[in-house]
Structures are given as structure tokens and as C-alpha cells.
Design a protein around this ligand. Structure first.
Ligand code: NOJ
Ligand code: CA
Length: 538
């Protein structure tokens, strides 16, 4: 430790560098018409809250026409907003209103598959000459190739799904075509060509309406049997080339979990994920995952860093970050989320509300792109034991419903989410009468919400706290201590005991506190109280 991890190299261009991202799950964020389901006008009505909080970009989960068997990740019309969320004019209005609040709007692009109700698919299932999807006939043994699902149409054989069986994979070809397996088409074949053109048309459609880019679902999944993601990367580089010419201000964020591959493939930034990538999500899980909620049992092999017991290390995450920056050649391309619609909230399992401030202090002083999952800014709880809702339960059996509950605006019976009867609510609100609410926390200057707002403001006021500033780690245990830029010392103790870090920088004793909830910096030691953080100026 003690080596400078980045020297403030040029970072990803443009507005994304200093962005603070906020993820809105549209069905659960805010309901403008009392039907129990969130909608675009609901989001628009709360832009004041988001601007007050200080976030600069909002990513909306899919809000397109869909049978909602995977909460909208099963798109049936890429070009039309799902009626339950509003219409295309509402989207355009939202993008414009967001812009006037200093917030850019990003949509979720689902390029790898459609719903099995998409007209492209129903046509393809009836037409043996259509190759927008991946179709195979039975082999000599009468069986479909592995993982293929029987055709629902007049066409014989079966199709390859991309995720759930009702999500047929769009055909972007195979990196290694094989004559004896004719469904493995070349990436330059007609079907893949048509899908690449359609992808661009979809992006163009929404960018022209005023959105600022996309979070790209399963971005790694397009070309099949693609060692090293060579062909998938080639495809995205072409998309990026077009984007840079047509919409130079727009960005692409990938759900890939491997920035060393995805950023050279053309993505402006990639998310740390709980799965995938060379280390199968271990660095991300090593921070937050305490084995509850959406966590798979086989993932809970080591204690996470943000745990009261204080038995983890921040080193795994920092190494992955450092490796990514070294490979990409510049910081600013990796996003660290608090949670998302697939994975446990920060406030999950045994983690208590008091443990959240140091986690946010870490999130908002790291040289990564911070992404706040709606409700995490007030410490909404991950709710165990909810029934499957719109595909929240995955094949492996784990259920994502508990991270998708309604935003708790106030302490009314439905948390201000809706005036609809409870049985019409899309998802139940946290039943705990002491649940945190936006209203309650806005009135309390000591609340998590105010802490998060304050930390966002601090980050935005000091670019050294973002990707532009160098990162030098003094200790990655308890407390975690690091220098940002030439100016800041950050100390984080997520454990429930006092922790001491010896150091050899006597000059640090002269720092002054910018924010401090229980840290003392002396000539040879840094002492941090339970669940404390400190941000100091040198
Ligand atoms: C990843 C999305 O985040 C998840 O919610 C969805 O179920 C799958 N991709 C399939 O699109
Ligand atoms: Ca509604």
C-alpha cells in the first residue's frame, strides 16, 4: 500500500466524468395517477427531489411496451413507451424537464433479446426464411441442440433464448460459424445485419427525443460463442463510432462487469456487478454482499468489507479498480452502484441504518462513477419474503422483488406511492411502521438523506474527489484510509469497534476536518470510531 493508484490521467470525456448517477425503477418510483404503478409523470413530479439531492443523471429501467414477464426486460416494441408508464410525449417531456433541472436521462437498452410476443419474433416463428433470431432444427436424434426452446409457431425446430425462455436471443451471429450447425450464422449474414441496423434505429429514435444515452442490458451477450468477446466488441465499437458522430454528448454504460473488455469495446463506462467478468463479481460482492436477499449461498464465502464485524477487506475491490484503470489507461470508466434492481440493497440483512453513512462516504469519494439505487439515499430496507412479481424470481430461485418495492415518499399507508387500494399496488411497501421516508428525512438535518446530499455536494464541489483526482491508499483494512488529489484524506470505518491504522505520514496530523463523525488523525496513527467516516483537508 501507499503506492499512487492513479495520477489523475485524462478521464472519460465530457459530462459523465463528474456525474452522479441515480437509478429509477419506473414501476416503483412514483405514481402520478393513483393506479398503483409508477410512471413517467411520477418521475417528472419528483425531479425537484433529485435535483435537490444533487444527482446529475437518471437511468430508467426499461419502460417500453412489454408483457412484463421480466419487468420490461422483455420488450415487445422498442419504440413505444408502455401505456402504464405514459407515452412517448411524456418521455420527451421528462427528458426536457430533467435537463432543465441539470439532470440527464438515460434509458435501458435491451439489445440481446426481445419478448416472445414481439412482432419480429412471432413473424420469425412462422417463417423458416427469417433469421432475426437463432433457429435450429432437431438433430438426427430428433432433439434440439442444447438450450434451444421448441418453436411456438408454424416454423419447425426451436429458438435460442437469451435469459428467460420467453426472451428469444436476437441473432447477431456466431464468432465461429460451423457448416454442420447452420444456426451458427456469420456476423455478416442477413439476420445479424438487420439486427444491427435495428439497434441503431432504436437508439436514434430515443436520442432524437432528447435522452442522453443508455444503460445496455447484457451488453456482452450479442455475438454467440465469441472467445474474448472479439466480435461483440467489434459490433459495439461500430455503434460507438456512429454515436460519437451523431450524438457526441450521449453515453453508453454497459451491464458487462468487465471494464477491461467493455470500455475498449466502446462503452463510456461499465458497472461493477455481483457476477460475471474475470473474477465472477467477487470484487463487487466483497464490498456490500452480506449473503442475504438476492445473494446466492455460494457467493457468501467471505465476509464483505461493509459489515459490522469488520472481518473483510477493501483490497479486492481496490485491486479490481486499479487493474481496470491500468488496462484502460485512465480512470472514470467504472461505475460503483449501491445496489440495483437485481441485487440486494445496501440496507439488507443484518446491516443497520447506522452503517450506511460510511458506505456512502466511500461511494462518493472514490474515483468511480457513483450510482445510487432509488431509495438507498434514505436507507430503504431490502424486504425479504415477497412473492414473485413480474419475473422477479430467477431460475436459480432467488427473488429480486425485495429490492424493487415502492419508493417511500411519506409515512402514509402506501408511503405516498399511490392513493390506490393496497391490493392494487404493484408491490407492497415496507410494512415496518418505522420505515424511513423522504418526507421525514428531509425534515431531519441529521438524516441519511441529508448526509448523502452533503457528500454529493462535496464531491461535485471538488473534482479531486471524483475520477480526476489521484487515489493513494494508506490502508485497506479497518479503517480504510486514502488520499484523494493533493488535498483530501478520507477515512472509513464500517465496523462496530474502534479501529486504529498506524501510518508513516507525520504531516497528516496537521489535517483539518471537512466532515467527521468520529475519526482522529495523529502523527503516527489514525483512529476511527465505530461506523465513522472522516474527510480531511491537508
Ligand atoms: C439483466 C437485467 O438487469 C435483469 O433485470 C434482467 O432480468 C436480465 N438482464 C434479462 O434482460
Ligand atoms: Ca401510475
Amino acid at each position: 500500500m501507499g503506492t499512487a493508484d492513479n495520477q489523475g490521467d485524462p478521464v472519460t470525456a465530457g459530462w459523465l466524468t463528474d456525474a452522479v448517477l441515480y437509478q429509477v425503477y419506473p414501476q416503483s418510483f412514483a405514481d402520478s395517477n393513483g393506479d398503483g404503478i409508477g410512471d413517467l409523470r411520477g418521475v417528472a413530479a419528483h425531479l425537484d427531489h433529485l435535483a435537490w439531492l444533487g444527482v446529475t443523471a437518471v437511468w430508467l429501467n426499461p419502460c417500453f411496451v412489454s408483457p412484463m414477464r421480466d419487468a420490461g426486460y422483455d420488450v415487445a416494441d422498442y419504440l413505444v413507451i408502455a401505456p402504464r408508464y405514459g407515452d412517448n410525449a411524456d418521455l420527451a417531456e421528462l427528458a426536457e424537464a430533467a435537463r432543465s433541472h441539470g439532470i440527464r436521462l438515460l434509458l435501458d437498452l435491451v439489445p440481446g433479446h426481445t419478448s416472445d410476443t414481439h412482432p419480429w419474433f412471432t413473424a420469425s416463428a412462422d417463417d423458416p426464411d427469417d433469421h432475426r433470431y437463432i433457429w435450429a432444427g432437431p438433430g438426427p436424434d430428433g432433439r434440439l441442440p442444447d438450450r434451444f426452446v421448441p418453436s411456438p409457431g408454424r416454423r419447425a425446430g426451436g429458438y435460442l433464448p437469451n435469459f428467460f425462455d420467453f426472451q428469444p436471443a436476437l441473432n447477431f451471429g456466431y464468432a465461429r460459424p460451423q457448416a454442420d450447425e447452420p444456426w451458427r450464422q456469420d456476423v455478416a449474414a442477413e439476420g445479424p445485419k438487420a439486427n444491427r441496423a435495428a439497434l441503431r434505429a432504436i437508439m436514434d429514435h430515443w436520442l432524437a427525443l432528447g435522452v442522453s444515452g443508455f444503460r445496455v442490458d447484457m451488453a456482452y451477450s450479442l455475438v454467440k460463442d465469441d472467445p474474448g468477446s472479439t466480435e461483440t466488441s467489434r459490433l459495439w465499437r461500430e455503434v460507438r463510432g456512429w454515436l460519437d458522430r451523431a450524438y457526441p454528448d450521449a453515453v453508453l454504460l454497459s451491464e458487462w462487469g468487465d471494464p477491461i473488455v467493455s470500455v475498449p469495446a466502446g462503452f463510456h463506462a461499465d458497472f461493477f456487478l455481483h457476477f460475471g467478468g474475470p473474477t465472477n463479481g467477487r470484487p463487487m460482492r466483497s464490498l456490500w454482499s452480506n449473503g442475504t436477499s438476492t445473494e446466492r449461498p455460494e457467493w457468501a464465502t467471505e465476509p464483505c468489507y461493509f459489515d459490522a464485524a469488520g472481518r473483510g477487506t477493501a483490497g479486492l475491490f481496490l485491486t479490481a479498480y486499479r487493474d481496470a484503470v491500468a488496462a484502460i489507461g485512465a480512470p472514470g470508466h467504472v461505475s460503483l452502484p449501491t445496489a440495483n434492481h437485481d441485487f440486494a440493497r445496501l440496507h439488507a440483512g443484518p446491516r443497520t441504518a447506522g452503517q450506511l453513512p460510511p458506505a456512502f462516504a466511500f461511494l462518493l469519494t472514490m474515483p468511480t462513477l457513483p450510482a445510487i439505487y432509488y431509495g438507498d439515499e434514505i436507507g430503504m430496507r431490502d424486504i425479504p419474503g415477497l412473492p414473485d412479481i413480474e419475473g422477479s424470481t430467477m431460475r436459480s430461485g432467488y427473488n429480486r422483488a425485495g429490492v424493487r418495492t415502492p419508493m417511500q415518499w411519506d409515512d402514509g399507508p402506501n408511503a405516498g406511492f399511490s392513493t390506490a387500494p393496497a391490493d392494487r399496488l404493484y408491490l407492497p411497501v415496507d410494512p415496518d411502521p418505522a420505515r424511513p421516508t423522504v418526507e421525514g428525512q428531509r425534515a431531519d438535518p441529521d438524516s441519511l438523506l441529508h448526509t448523502v446530499r452533503d457528500l454529493i455536494a462535496l464531491r461535485r464541489a471538488h473534482p479531486e474527489l471524483g475520477p480526476a483526482g489521484r487515489l493513494e491508499v494508506l490502508g485497506d483494512g479497518y479503517p480504510l484510509a486514502y488520499l484523494r488529489g493533493d488535498r483530501f484524506l478520507v477515512v472509513i470505518n464500517p465496523s462496530d469497534t474502534v479501529r486504529v491504522l498506524p501510518h508513516d505520514r507525520p504531516e497528516l496530523a496537521a489535517v483539518t476536518a471537512v466532515r467527521n463523525t468520529g475519526v482522529t488523525v495523529e502523527q503516527a496513527t489514525i483512529t476511527a470510531g465505530p461506523f465513522s467516516y472522516g474527510i480531511f483537508e491537508r
